[in-house]
Design a protein around this ligand. Sequence first.
Ligand code: CTP
Ligand code: ZN
Length: 155
Amino acid sequence: MAEKKKLSVSAITNGTVIDHIPANKLFTVISILGLDKLSENRMTFGTNFRSDRFGRKAIIKVSKKFFEQSDFDKIALVAPKAKLNIIKEYEVVEKWEVKVPEEIIAIAKCMNPKCVTNHEAIATKFKVLNDDGKISLKCNYCQKITTQEYMEIIK
Ligand code: CTP
Ligand code: ZN
């Protein structure tokens, strides 16, 4: 029984733990943060851990990596309840809950093939709609709504 207390993914010494990601969004978060391209940092991740809030959650731990505000916004679009824990010398020294931004600029693509942003060098701009954790994006230029399934992040 004491076995159950063991961490399912090892603790890290320095870096960031992204916790409370919906289980099925693990690889989306890895991809939108470009973590699949990291060449130096040690990274561990897992999914389908038990969570009080989701039923099942995923977690990502990246050593020696600290994220920026634009990364927080990207995470919030697919994992609006994610928490980032900053680890220094083995301790959680800061804890951030991502906040779904009201507006995003140059972060996602518009799903409307006819949208001007897909034909001219214009930064995309969306109003972010949050329907109880289900995020969709309303384009500032064509007014079309890009739903979660069609969301493509600009890297
Ligand atoms: N963690 C880690 N390495 C450390 C310290 C913490 O990987 N050296 C991880 C923990 O496994 C946990 C997350 O960082 O997934 C947050 O740690 P902590 O705040 O101690 O856990 P909880 O209180 O459960 O966090 P929450 O606020 O999400 O409830
Ligand atoms: Zn558009």
